[in-house]
Design a protein around this ligand. Structure first.
Ligand code: ADP
Ligand code: MG
Length: 702
């Protein structure tokens, strides 16, 4: 038996603080369990009343003669720990703690004690500060939400209790089928990961929908998503740029929680929802239909307009329509007048009735070329929407096809809404506009893709790295009381993990600089090295393309003067003499240590692409080469790496190795590294690699 069974699927429930007083939570919960027809015993606990709502009540949980699976806490906060001890003693394993007044008001201590008591007796806690839990298969409304939600197959897990109450009745209006509705509240114990793990193995659930405000343990969350093997939709609230202002590096300022959350959810095989509506739309399709195994979607429509809108939406959501092959077109041709179009969208035209739809649907379902079907319908005077709905249901049933998703888009008034209900009752998703319909189909495609690609588990650590030396570099900087590494230190650190940094030596006087320049070979670059100067160019601290000793001497003096003018008391370590890297495509690679998900890596094109367009992408580290290749393809500027205006393709493989190696570096040194920047990296044509020209590493506070 799963450890969370007593919470999510209890066979017997005690309501601690059950009450005869209408309007109290103890009364609502007891009444809801009765009204929901909970089949197991309900034990109201109240020392003052022998009977509540027709049920025998007990003075304390210890007085109940039989074992109890779950206790729903409806007592004031100051009674909770006492109740927990009594429940633990009585063998209760499921602690459903509705009571507020804990972590959310700063009372962490009692919250921790509550969990400790429950766990010491082998129990688990959901809450505190929740609406409760609702399970349709168990007929358990252990909450103060009005009714058990509309029955179906989505488990809805929400950090917000108010949202649970609001959505509860929405499920009936939308016929949004729910297996369970769970309020997580403070997540003192049971969190998103635990819930995902439970509903992943629950036979009554085919889709898991999450409303997230904040994840506590990012790693556990991502693991749970990866292992679920069921579609998960994630809606994250509070996507403003947290912490970005405090970030010191370039990458840090581009991070913000949204991009990182989005990346983490994607890596955890979760489907991102942009808002509540989007979450409900996608969950509905994922709960009811099989995944979309290939990219060939056919739209069958009686209206050209909605067909074209569907086609536009398909492209927008990443599943562009393909023109049907000639033989497939010939089959569709049979079910439309001459002025129809079999190309895709398959336009059977406005005069088409049930027969036209039936023929086209049957053809699409049978046709091996077709991976999924969107049945679009514009309400007309010649057809009845419910007749079309029934045609979809009948043809799908008759075909016996189980591996092709079918979704419906009915645009019209009351008739279409009515038809939508008929469809939803038959487990066929219905939407009232083309965009929602195609977004839902795209979610079904994404769900299929997740089983095809891996991004994190297949990371193979590089063996040719020198972690000890990397740590020693950091220790040295820490001993000097610095929060950041200088450029030469950062470059050596990067080199420990096999990043191709430009050759360089630190000179403390002109003669040394000339000697190093000769060793490295002209032309060279000179750069100021000072913990007080982060952006070297801004301080006139960089001189490039110096071709001889004389140029080096002048460069050395100029940089020193500029640096002193920039900051008179700057602590100057010297001047870095670097190999001059040939021109190439400028890209930026970096990392930030996210509060929730830990080390992440970032990639983008340099210059205006990153500064103005913010065309960057993130991943939670570590990442494989495949994942690093996918990152490059993801940015809008990707064609630049493919080679524009006669240029050859850039060495994307070398760049992928840099990303993957950096991801290992920041994972290995997670305790020390806050942010890194390799800005710019110059990338050359295929086979010629890349060069890290500038390096910055900011340390975590100890
Ligand atoms: P900062 O970002 O602190 O101003 P950088 O080291 O990035 O300093 O140098 C500024 C610019 O100078 C780089 O963006 C790059 O265009 C050029 N540059 C710096 N070092 C080299 C080098 N070794 N080879 C070629 N170009 C360089
Ligand atoms: Mg730079």
């Amino acid at each position: 038996m799963h450890e969370l069974e007593p919470i999510f699927n209890p066979r017997s429930i005690a309501v601690i603080g059950a009450s005869r007083r209408e309007g109290s939570i103890g009364h609502s919960v007891t009444k809801n369990l009765i009204d929901g027809k909970f089949p197991g015993p309900i034990y109201p606990i109240n020392p003052g009343s022998p009977e509540i709502l027709g049920l025998k009540a007990y003075p304390s949980i210890g007085d109940v003669p039989e074992p109890v699976d779950a206790a729903v806490y409806c007592v004031p906060a100051d009674k909770v720990l006492d109740v927990a001890r009594q429940c633990a003693k009585a063998g209760v394993k499921g602690h459903i703690v509705i009571t507020s007044g804990f972590g959310e008001v700063g009372n962490k201590k009692d919250e921790e004690e509550l969990v400790r008591i429950a766990k010491a007796s082998g129990g688990r806690v959901i809450g505190p500060n929740i609406v409760g839990t609702m399970s349709n298969p168990a007929k358990a409304n252990a909450s103060f939400a009005p009714v058990l939600p509309y029955n179906g197959q989505t488990a809805l897990i929400s950090q917000s209790g108010a949202l649970i109450i609001a959505l509860d009745t929405v499920t009936y209006v939308r016929k949004f089928g729910v297996s369970a509705m769970i309020s997580l509240g403070n997540m003192a114990d049971v969190d998103f990961a635990d819930s995902i793990e439970y509903y992943a193995q629950d036979p009554n659930t085919t889709c898991i929908a999450l409303y997230i405000e904040g994840v506590k343990n990012g790693f556990k969350f991502m693991q749970a998503g990866r292992w679920a093997g069921k579609p998960i939709v994630a809606l994250k609230a509070g996507v403003s740029a947290h912490g970005a202002a405090a970030a010191a590096s370039h990458t840090g300022s581009l991070a913000g929680s949204v991009k990182v959350y989005q990346a983490a959810c994607n890596q955890a095989h979760m489907i991102w929802a942009t808002d509540l509506e989007d979450m409900l739309n996608k969950s509905q399709a994922l709960a009811m239909q099989p995944v979309l195994k290939g990219g060939n979607v056919v739209i069958i429509t009686n209206g050209g307009g909605i067909g074209v809108l569907g086609s536009d939406a398909a492209e927008r959501h990443g599943i562009p329509l393909q023109t049907a092959p000639a033989d497939v077109q010939a089959q569709f041709r049979k079910f439309m007048p001459d002025f129809g179009s079999p190309k895709n969208p398959v336009d059977i035209t406005g005069g088409s009735g049930v027969a036209g739809y039936e023929g086209a649907i049957e053809t699409a379902l049978k046709c091996p070329w077709v991976d999924g079907v969107g049945v679009f319908y514009c309400e007309t005077a010649v057809t009845k929407a419910t007749d079309i709905a029934n045609a979809v249901i009948t043809k799908l049933k008759e075909s016996g096809v189980k591996d092709k998703p079918v979704v419906c888009c009915f645009v019209g008034g009351a008739g279409s809404v009515e038809a939508g209900k008929v469809l939803l009752e038959a487990s066929i998703p219905y939407y009232d506009c083309p965009n929602k319909t195609m977004s839902a189909l795209a979610a079904l495609r994404q769900a299929a893709r997740f089983s095809e690609v891996g991004c994190r588990v297949d990371f193979e650590p590089y063996a040719d790295v020198d972690k000890k030396r990397a740590q020693a570099i950091i220790e040295l900087a820490r001993k000097a009381g610095r929060k950041a590494l200088t450029e030469p230190e950062a470059k050596t650190l990067f080199a420990c993990y096999g990043l191709p940094v430009t050759k360089s030596s630190l000179a403390t006087n002109e003669n040394e600089a000339v000697r190093y320049a000769q060793e490295i070979g002209y032309p060279v670059v000179l750069k100021i090295v000072s913990p007080d100067i982060l952006h070297k160019s801004d301080a006139g601290g960089v001189r490039v393309n110096l071709k001889d000793a004389e140029a080096v001497r002048i460069g050395f003096r100029t940089i020193m003067e500029n640096a002193k003018r920039y900051k008179a008391d700057a602590d100057i370590h010297g001047i870095l003499v670097c190999e001059m890297a040939p021109l190439g495509s400028e890209v930026i690679v970096g990392s930030v240590n996210d509060a929730t998900f830990g080390p992440t890596v970032m990639f983008g094109l340099g210059g205006v692409f990153v500064e103005v367009m913010k065309d960057v992408t993130f991943r939670v580290a570590p990442i494989s080469i495949d994942c690093a290749m996918a990152m490059q393809q993801e940015i809008k500027g990707y064609p630049m790496l493919q080679g524009v205006r006669g240029e050859k393709r850039r060495d994307q493989e070398a760049l992928a190795a840099v990303l993957s190696r950096l991801s290992q570096l920041v994972s290995d040194l997670d305790d020390d590294i806050a942010e890194t920047d390799a800005n710019p990296i110059l990338v050359y044509e295929e086979g010629k690699g890349c060069r890290v020209v500038d390096a910055r590493v900011i340390l975590k506070r100890r």
